[in-house]
Design a protein around this ligand. Structure first.
Ligand SMILES: *[C@@H]1O[C@H](CO)[C@@H](O)[C@H](O)[C@H]1NC(C)=O
Ligand SMILES: *[C@@H]1O[C@H](CO)[C@@H](O)[C@H](O)[C@H]1NC(C)=O
Length: 434
């Protein structure tokens, strides 16, 4: 059974959260499932609903209107308890964004969002970290007051820091490779052999941006090349660098950095072909008329992709096209999608990234939530047709305090696309417990 209400805030649940009561010796496994399909029937509530009484609303609104006025007790020793929230939502007409929002004593926090459709159920999955005492409420809301929103299979599951760590260890154990070393002399095992193992290179792609400053700085070169297996050039491949004057292309800077990286077997992600931010166009570009812009852009994409074909492992095709829309404003709503389709034709072998910020960061930025990211990605994929699988997800991560349950559940949702996901930038502001 489900409930609905014709209001922007349609349903709320006062929560009873007592952090000190959550210590659990038998750690509950994390539920990694997420769905990006709109289904005829919602799945069962995760964790049997977790803290939610009556999670599938089979008992009417019991729990939703009367449950608690409780106090959250602050635990100084942890960095806050982690709550994972999930629900299935549907709207009466067309489509609308539906959010799960928590009100705690520290304010309102958007925990999850999805594009809900009519006649089928969409999952929203998210999370938040609670580290302050006081009452809390869970709201489901939409900005469009003319649609009815239906909610079902709601779950809210708290995890302690210890439980969270145990999930981490569990995942590592699953993928860990074990090696057995046997030292022999003439076919016989040698006991008490002393073995030393040195890691020469990281098995995981770990990278860092680089800029032209590296070219004449040997100390920087040694430091950089001994650490990283992957890189991206900060500005040296951008259009404003390679074609500062129309028709005068100059690839000498990116070529020099590319040569250095090749010498050290460091893979290069191409960044970027276009940047949708109007402030970062070559200065001759913004005044072009649409036809002329289209011709210049076609030349640009062909030129740089052909030039670095076989030398880069992927491209940010239209950088930050959720926050900005320079090309869409000049060439129409399919501008990005057209460039991705062209890119797929020019280089048939590498992933084509949508690179964005504030998708994993829980900063209340409505432009680039996982739901918004997936909506744009889907538009581009529909336009690309058979090439849709060439897309890849690039996430710039600029965290203040990273919200682990939000990051985890957002990754679960994005991973449901089955596309590769790369964290293309990452920084964390310094703070306690980090
Ligand atoms: C937690 O920290 C606050 C302020 O730092 C302190 O007043 C309080 O006594 C501490 N509580 C516990 C249970 O240690
Ligand atoms: C709100 O929903 C109605 C019904 O689906 C739709 O016609 C209208 O365009 C929506 N309004 C906004 C601002 O999205």
């Amino acid at each position: 059974m489900e409930v609905w209400q014709k209001e922007s805030v349609l349903l709320f649940l006062p929560l009873s959260i007592l952090l000190s009561g959550l210590v659990n010796v038998n750690a509950l496994s994390y539920d990694y499932t997420a769905s990006i399909e709109c289904l005829a029937q919602p799945h069962k509530a995760q964790y049997g609903g977790g803290m939610i009484k009556n999670p599938e609303l089979n008992e009417g609104l019991i729990g939703w209107s009367t449950f608690g006025n409780a106090v959250i007790e602050h635990r100084n020793e942890s960095d806050g308890n982690k709550f994972v929230v999930a629900a299935w939502v549907q709207v009466s007409e067309e489509k609308a964004l539906v959010r799960a929002v928590f009100r705690t004593v520290t304010g309102l926090k958007r925990a999850a969002e999805t594009v809900a459709e009519s006649k089928c159920w969409s999952m929203l999955k998210g999370g938040l970290t609670v580290d302050a005492s006081g009452p809390a409420e869970l709201f489901f809301e939409t900005d469009n007051t003319s649609v009815e929103v239906w909610v079902d299979s709601v779950s809210l599951q708290p995890f302690t820091q210890e439980e969270w760590m145990s999930h981490h260890v569990e995942s590592i154990e699953k993928t860990k490779r074990r090696v057995r070393i046997r030292v022999e002399a003439e076919g016989n095992p040698v006991v008490n052999s002393k073995i030393s193992i040195h890691q020469k290179a990281s098995g995981k792609p770990i990278g860092c941006a680089v800029n032209k400053g590296i070219l004449d700085n040997v100390g920087y070169q040694n430091w950089f090349t001994s650490r990283f297996t992957h890189t991206t050039f900060e500005n040296e491949m951008k259009w404003y660098t390679t074609e500062p004057v129309r028709g005068k292309e100059d690839y000498s800077l990116p070529d020099s950095i590319m040569t250095l990286m090749k010498q050290h077997n460091i893979a290069v992600r191409g960044h970027n072909i276009f940047w949708d931010d109007p402030h970062y166009q070559p200065n001759w570009v913004p005044s072009l008329q649409p036809n002329d812009l289209s011709a210049a852009a076609n030349k640009r994409i062909n030129s740089i992709m052909t030039k670095y074909k076989g030398q880069v492992i992927g491209w940010d095709v239209v950088n930050e096209n959720l926050h900005f829309n320079f090309f869409e404003s000049k060439l129409g709503p399919d501008a990005s999608a057209t460039f991705y389709k062209m890119a797929a034709g020019i280089d048939q072998s590498i992933p084509l990234f949508m690179n964005e910020f504030n998708t994993l960061e829980q900063k209340g930025d409505a432009a680039s939530t996982p739901a918004k990211y997936l909506e744009k990605l889907k538009n581009i994929q529909t336009f690309m047709g058979a090439e849709a699988k060439r897309m890849a997800i690039g996430l710039e991560c600029h965290f203040d305090v990273p919200s682990l349950p939000y990051i985890r559940s957002s990754l679960d949702t994005l991973a449901a696309t089955n596309l590769p996901i790369w964290l293309t930038e990452i920084d964390v502001q310094s703070g306690s417990n980090q």
